[in-house]
Design a protein. Sequence first.
Length: 256
Amino acid sequence: MTKGTYVYCVIAAEGRPTPVRARRGLPGTGPVRILDVDHRLYAAVADAPLDKYGAAAINKGLTDLDWVSRAAVAHEAVVESFIGETAVLPMKLFTIFTSDERALEHVRAERRRIAAVVKRVAHHQEWGVRVVIDRERAAAAAPKKKTAPAGRSGIAYLAQKKAQRDSAKELAANARETVAALYDRLAAKSRLAKRRLASELPAQGGPLLLDAAFLVPRARSASFEALASREARGLARHGYGLTFSGPWPPYSFVQD
């Protein structure tokens, strides 16, 4: 059976990392093993049968979302098993070479770029933060404005509709300001911050206000988590829902 070398991640570490024996990689691949790239730089790889993970097989598999999802979960599990090292740089899903030598050749050719990324993310972890809004609860929590008694005339009806539109616009503006201030407070605890697919209360569509990633020094992880928890409790009283996840490898911060 012809095999290739599947690469999960590049690892910067003080000593040669030891793979977690119980951590299996992609279905059908061999045990995770470590290749020496350079001084204090390693690659986590596995043997992969090309009948399952060659170009043709992968192109066919990409049409099966369940297959892709299982592969992605397994890939990320291996990457995350090295999160305690100096830095872990995830490779893209289905990064595969014909041999260990070709894999090492590729990584070494990227040595300068990798060194810059390691410098950026060393001893840091990624945290994700998402904010959604329950518009009815947010509107109910907002200060109430006095309105004129409703009448039966067309003018009164139009005035009521205008008031509703004005209220919706004010809610949208408040939401944007609230999320922007939250983002700034969390970014202040981070080295880098990045918005992902933010839609800040569109007039129509979903309630997602913020989807962001924060690169946080390990030494500040506890204080960042505590801040996010406090923000979640405070925002909940005003109809917002904040969820945060992590710590993760720096998935969002390894690209130039």
